[in-house]
Design a protein around this ligand. Structure first.
Ligand SMILES: C[S@@+](CC[C@H](N)C(=O)[O-])C[C@H]1O[C@@H](n2cnc3c(N)ncnc32)[C@H](O)[C@@H]1O
Length: 237
């Protein structure tokens, strides 16, 4: 890694304004006399801590490998799912459409670590994936529903966070998902980078989802051009 250039105008070395009244360099010490700079975590430690993968996610990656499942969500969606899940209020409900090998589910669940006041429901059509999910340990507030998201959605009630990651409820029947989004709820979709697709039908579907999320007056929407490109929308209260 190269050393970054200093920002123009940025202070190099000690700040003269931070000097002691007698002009000497202040030497900050903790009350116990130790040097707080020596105790402070280094940037590399912080980066390492932030990028550490939760156990549930590591397990889901192994499951995906074992199943040969190659459609799991990619960075930065996973950690973003955890961050959004952590913000769900007590009594909140989280929904994922399309479980796959459970990597997205695992990120969502990891955002609720230490809590038991919210629920996480994931929907999957493929019985092999449903069985693999059920054979793995999950927190008690996590459930998987087997079936077609389009058929199940109207009976599931409203959710505070939805990760729409199946064909149904995203590329087709997005209205069903929007109807299931509670006021103040957040919807996240990924794989929105049009340039990744050559198939005209799929390009049209991506464009349709983008347009719907951008123009539906119930929503406040942002496109995030990271990873496979995400769109995040909050349903106004
Ligand atoms: C992109 S993968 C999901 C990846 C997963 N959400 C993750 O983050 O790792 C899409 C999944 O949706 C499932 N699926 C496809 N059509 C579906 C439908 N109509 N209802 C429910 N699940 C469906 C597929 O079997 C597949 O497992």
């Amino acid at each position: 890694m190269s050393t970054p250039e200093p920002v123009a105008g940025a202070q190099q070395g000690p700040d003269p304004a931070a000097r002691s009244p007698d002009g000497s360099d202040p030497v900050a010490r903790s009350p116990d006399g130790s040097d707080p700079v020596a105790q402070a975590p280094q940037v590399s430690d912080l980066v390492d801590r932030a990028s550490r993968v939760p156990d549930l996610v590591a397990r889901a990656h192994h499951r995906a490998e074992r199943l040969g499942f190659g459609m799991s969500c990619e960075e930065p969606v996973g950690p973003l799912l955890a961050v959004l899940a952590a913000g769900v209020a007590p009594g909140g409900r989280i929904l994922e459409l399309g479980t796959g090998a459970g990597i997205g589910t695992a990120w969502l669940a990891s955002g609720l670590t230490g809590r038991d006041d919210a629920t996480l429901t994931t929907v999957e059509l493929d019985p092999v994936l449903v069985t693999a999910f059920r054979d793995s340990p999950w927190p008690s507030w996590t459930e998987i529903l087997e079936g077609d998201a389009a058929a199940l959605l109207p009976g599931l009630g409203r959710f505070d966070l939805i990760f729409a990651d199946a064909v149904a409820g995203k590329w087709t029947g997005l209205d069903l998902t929007l109807n299931a989004l509670a006021p103040g709820g957040v919807l996240i979709v990924d794989d929105m980078d049009l340039s990744r697709y050559t198939d005209s039908e799929h390009r049209a579907a991506v464009q349709r989802v983008e347009d719907t999320l951008a123009t539906d007056t119930r929503l406040l929407t942002v496109r995030i051009p990271a990873g496979t490109h995400l769109t995040v929308a909050t349903r106004r209260r």
